[in-house]
Every structure is written in structure tokens, then in C-alpha cells.
Design a protein around this ligand. Structure first.
Ligand SMILES: Nc1ncnc2c1ncn2[C@@H]1O[C@H](COP(=O)(O)OP(=O)(O)O)[C@@H](O)[C@H]1O
Ligand SMILES: Nc1ncnc2c1ncn2[C@H]1C[C@H](O)[C@@H](COP(=O)(O)OP(=O)(O)O)O1
Ligand SMILES: [Mg+2]
Length: 195
């Protein structure tokens, strides 16, 4: 447990690639003032640094696979400890497997809540193909998108059940998660207004 983070709200933002995690986090930050930490953004920053480790991470991400737990957990922990004045943290894109959640909660702090965006696979594919037209991301091409969705089904979907069992899951059901960003955010606010 990191003492400097005691009492801070920590929300895991979980959902498939293209489910809208980043879009909703931007709105949550604007309205509630949380610190937004995107695991993908932290990894892409390492890639952009040109480091050897960044090159290794890029290769893994281009295959749509998960990078090593220790790597992404350490990046998130360092960023949280560099922002201890934040009122709360949005951990976007983490955990992506159950063990990541366990390791985070035993070594940093328990999650207050887990926000899950449930979006159909084909909807995510279409959104990411469109995003890929402007994102410049090496993993927003159809082949990698399919690989990432497969990784999500196999490794990350169990995270949803794990936190549902614990009563910590706040699910944005498909009918809402596939509507407009504004309608999704209206449902997201019902969670954050209570925290
Ligand atoms: N509710 C929504 N309806 C339609 N498109 C959306 C919605 N939310 C996000 N998008 C678009 O889908 C793509 C993926 O959104 P993003 O927030 O990056 O998701 P994630 O971080 O889960 O990959 C982006 O191009 C975004 O503009
Ligand atoms: N918690 C995590 N564990 C392992 N790999 C991760 C990770 N978070 C991100 N990655 C790697 C694999 C993802 O396909 C890639 C991009 O992540 P992302 O930016 O969160 O994707 P998206 O926002 O499209 O869902 O980075
Ligand atoms: Mg994202």
C-alpha cells in the first residue's frame, strides 16, 4: 500500500479496444478533475522516446498482445506517485487481465470502482478503423484490431466477471455504450456523482 495514495478514489476504466474509454475519461477529467492515466498512452510515450525498451513494447503492441505486467504496473505506479495531489485517478486500459488487478490492489491500493463499457465487437472494429484514419497509431489497422479484440476476449473479459463478483463493477450496458458519447457520459456521471 502506498501511503501517499490513501483515501484517493481509484477507478479502473475497462472495455475493449475502441469501446470509448479515452473519450469518457476526457469528459470525466473536465467535470470531476481526476488524474487520467492511460496505460496505452504511457506505453506509446515510451515508444516515442526511441528507447530500446520502447521498440520492444512497440513490437508487442503491433501484435495486439499485452505487454508484461511489471512494465505497465510500474509505469502507472510512478505516474500516480508523481500526482499525489490529485483527488482521484482514472486508470484507463488497466487492468487488462485479472492478475494485473490483483497486483495493483495489493501493491498500490484497492480500486474504488470499476467502470466497464460494454460494446459489440463489430462496433469496436468500425470505430477503430475510423480512428485509424487519423490516430496514426501502429495498432489501429484491421489485422492488429482483430488481434487486440481476441486478446480482450481471452484475457480482459474475465476482469469484468472478477469485479462483478466483488460488487465493484459499474457497467455501461451495450444499449447505452453504443449510443452517443453524451448519452454514455450521462450514465457515467451517475457513478461519479456518488463517489
Ligand atoms: N459513444 C461513441 N459513439 C461513437 N464513436 C465513439 C464513441 N465513443 C468513442 N468513439 C470513437 O471511437 C473511437 C475509440 O474511442 P476511444 O475513446 O479512443 O476508445 P478506447 O480508448 O476504448 O480505445 C474513437 O475514434 C472515438 O472518437
Ligand atoms: N494494462 C495493460 N497490460 C498490458 N498491455 C497493455 C495494457 N494497456 C495497454 N496495453 C497495450 C496493449 C494494447 O493493445 C495497447 C494499446 O492500449 P490502449 O491505448 O489502452 O488501447 P485502446 O485505447 O485502443 O483500448 O497497449
Ligand atoms: Mg484508449
Amino acid at each position: 500500500m502506498a501511503a501517499e495514495l490513501a483515501g484517493k478514489k481509484i477507478i479502473f476504466i475497462v472495455g475493449g479496444p475502441g469501446s470509448g474509454k479515452g473519450t469518457q475519461c476526457e469528459r470525466i477529467v473536465a467535470k470531476y478533475g481526476y488524474c487520467h492515466l492511460s496505460s496505452g498512452d504511457l506505453l506509446r510515450a515510451e515508444v516515442a522516446s526511441g528507447s530500446e525498451r520502447g521498440q520492444e513494447l512497440q513490437e508487442i503492441m503491433k501484435r495486439g498482445e499485452l505487454v508484461p505486467l511489471e512494465t505497465v504496473l510500474a509505469m502507472i505506479r510512478d505516474k500516480m506517485l508523481a500526482n499525489t495531489d490529485a483527488k482521484g485517478f482514472l486508470i484507463d486500459g488497466y487492468p487488462r487481465e485479472v492478475d494485473q488487478g490483483k497486483q495493483f490492489e495489493s501493491s498500490i491500493a484497492p480500486a474504488t470502482s470499476v467502470l466497464y463499457l460494454d460494446v459489440a465487437t463489430e462496433t469496436m472494429v468500425q470505430r477503430l478503423i475510423k480512428r485509424g484514419q487519423t490516430s496514426g497509431r501502429a495498432d489501429d489497422n484491421e489485422e492488429t484490431i482483430r488481434a487486440r479484440l481476441n486478446t480482450f476476449e481471452k484475457a480482459t473479459a474475465p476482469v469484468v466477471d472478477y469485479y462483478k463478483q466483488q460488487g465493484k463493477l459499474y457497467e455501461i450496458e451495450r444499449a447505452v455504450a453504443e449510443s452517443s458519447p453524451d448519452e454514455v457520459f450521462a450514465k457515467v456521471c451517475l457513478l461519479f456523482d456518488k463517489l
